[in-house]
Ligand binder design. Structure first.
Ligand code: ASP
Length: 584
């Protein structure tokens, strides 16, 4: 038997017991006459003690051979410590070692395996298995497992059936590129890895399963943005004979359950907002509503007063930053530079400072009377001590710019508290999105999303105005889930495909199986998927998903530990009948 106990559980109540522990040597402190060893396993750390008076010379010698991360098994007596460590659960006891065997030695680890480590990101990724020994990483994986269990239990209790869908499939468009897998048995043909199990879960509804879920890997070959993973996990769900409201209720229930169990926070009803309102008030379809700073449209107050930049702008719009009148000129200049960076792209920023003493100072005093500026302050409901920041330009461009500025100011003001949770449903998304480059409409959610019945007549003439029965669940400014009511009528689905620019032949080749299934009595159905990695990270109080993934890829989509992607042997290429084009 390797162990009778773990390294995290012995306390004063075990004093005088003889126990056996196994684990890794976290550190050795050799004081000559006494040697202390910290023994670590997943459950904690127990201090081992060897001393000249009570331990044999052979045992002392053996202890001196131990190095960091050696794997050992030890038997000894639990004794009370003279100097206690209140910071760990086992801090009142230590183990007086009677027997020691080294199960495995270890090279010196490339970074310290402690809560605070000296290892840089890249190094820790390369030795991820060592990083996982550290509490901050290990605890996040344990947390992830716990969230997965809660989700499984909750949905199973609600009557959902967990079904695995295939990984080698045909393309399912979710707006990204597919990862493809060549087929050896069918040279020149390829599988695609699922961007989501979308079509399969719809087929499960045609199959009558009624309620489906799966915690499932999805793959999207996107240009990597910060903190995106090419493979990620979704909680994927689908239900039959439901409307939007049923889906919202069900998954609001799940989210409430998680927030209650994991954070002990209770919610009444989650607020809801239309896409249109979210864009108008926050410039963003996933607004962070932990704080206010809603947009204030200032066309009436600030246009047509001779300030050319505003006069020519379609939209003049600002935010009221509470208590920020104390920002120095330098701080404001820094914010101006920040919004002018190419990533944000604003042409400039105007401020109106409402000083504590009631006076007003703005960067456009030359163009506006005090009375005009007072009107701005009134509209913004500013209080003395506030600062109004204003951008202008094309509505489509300026709203996202101001949204970014709003988040930046919130960050600076400490308003993005990870322990505060603000869920929000965003509903009534547009069905289609104009793709300027390709000069055609694309599905905003995916091609299987149903238009709102009352908007169907607009499909022919004003497709851009059609709203969808689509909904997103937003948490603290992150989209954590999204879904829609599906089209279940073959004719309407065909029409959608043609609106999206598929020829009937292409639609048939790519989605014939679904259209065919719809001929055999498809029930009304709807669903959604949560981004599991992000959900777990947010519930864990973090925004970086990478730490919650056991073996993540780096920012360039590489696994630096196993070194993938990597070339394959010529023989494999030959079998697949793939010829690589010569290097450019
Ligand atoms: N398949 C969608 C997604 O991956 C979710 C859904 O519509 O259920 O975002």
């Amino acid at each position: 038997m390797y162990r009778t106990n773990t390294c995290g559980e012995l306390t004063e109540s075990n004093v005088n017991e003889t126990v056996t522990l196994s684990g890794w040597v976290q550190g050795v402190r050799d004081m000559g006459f006494v040697i202390w060893v910290d023994l670590r396993d997943r459950y904690g750390i127990t201090q081992l003690v060897f001393d000249e008076q009570r331990s044999s010379p052979e045992l002392m010698e053996q202890a001196r051979k131990l190095g960091r991360e050696f794997v050992i098994q030890t038997t000894g007596k639990v004794i009370e410590r003279t100097s206690k460590n209140p910071n760990i659960p086992t801090g009142n006891i230590e183990l007086l070692v009677e027997n020691l065997s080294i199960l495995n030695s270890s090279l010196t680890p490339p970074f310290t395996i402690e809560d605070e480590t000296d290892g840089g990101e890249e190094l820790r990724m390369k030795y991820r298995y060592l990083d996982i020994r550290r509490n901050p990483v290990k605890d996040k994986l344990i947390f992830r497992s716990k969230v997965a269990q809660l989700v499984r239990n909750y949905l199973s209790n609600e009557g959902f059936i967990e079904v695995e869908t295939p990984v080698l499939i045909k393309s399912t468009p979710e707006g990204a590129r597919d990862f493809v897998v060549p087929s050896r048995m069918n040279p020149g043909q390829f599988y695609a890895l699922p961007q989501s199990p979308q079509t399969f879960k719809q087929l499960l509804m045609v199959g009558g399963l009624d309620k489906y879920f799966q915690i499932v890997k999805c793959f999207r070959d996107e240009d990597l943005r910060a903190d995106r993973q090419p493979e990620f996990t979704q909680i994927d769900c689908e239900m039959s004979f439901v409307e939007q409201e049923d889906v919202i209720q069900t998954f609001e229930g799940l989210t409430k359950h998680l927030l209650k169990k994991l954070k002990n926070i209770e919610f009444e009803q989650f607020p809801r907002m239309s896409y249109e309102e979210a864009m108008r008030k926050y410039g963003n379809d996933k607004p962070d509503i932990r704080f206010g700073m809603q947009f204030i449209e200032l066309n009436d107050e600030l246009k047509n007063s001779g300030f050319k930049i505003f006069d020519e702008a379609e939209l003049v719009v600002g935010i009221n930053a509470e208590g920020c009148a104390s920002y120095t000129r330098k701080q404001i200049d820094a914010l101006t530079d920040w919004v002018k960076r190419p990533q944000i792209g604003a042409s400039g920023m105007v401020y109106v400072r409402y000083n504590e003493d009631g006076t007003i100072k703005s960067s456009v005093d030359k163009f506006y009377s005090e009375e005009q500026l007072r009107k701005v302050i009134e509209k913004a409901k500013s209080q003395p001590g506030d600062l109004i920041l204003i951008l202008s330009g094309n509505a489509d461009k300026v709203r996202p710019q101001l949204s970014a500025l709003r988040m930046e100011v919130a960050e600076k003001q400490g308003l993005r508290n990870p322990e505060v949770f603000a869920p929000l449903w965003v509903v009534d998304f547009p069905l289609l999105e104009w793709n300027e480059e390709e000069k055609r409409f694309a599905a905003m959610h995916h091609p299987f999303t149903s238009p709102k019945p009352e908007d169907i007549p607009l499909l022919e003439k004003e497709p851009g105005k059609v709203r969808a029965n689509a909904y997103d669940l937003v948490l603290n400014g992150n989209e954590i889930g999204g879904g829609s009511v599906r089209i279940f009528d073959k004719e309407l689905q065909s029409k959608m495909f043609s609106l999206l620019g598929f020829s009937p032949e292409d639609a048939e080749a790519q989605f014939g199986f679904l259209m065919n299934a719809f001929k055999f009595g498809a029930p009304p159905h709807a669903g959604l998927a949560f981004g599991f990695d992000r959900l777990v990270a947010l519930l864990g109080g973090q925004e970086v998903i990478r730490d919650y993934i056991a073996f993540p890829k780096n920012n360039s989509g590489r696994d630096v530990m196993i070194d993938a992607p990597s070339p394959i042997h010529q023989q494999q290429l030959d079998e697949l009948e793939i010829a690589l084009s010569p290097k450019k």
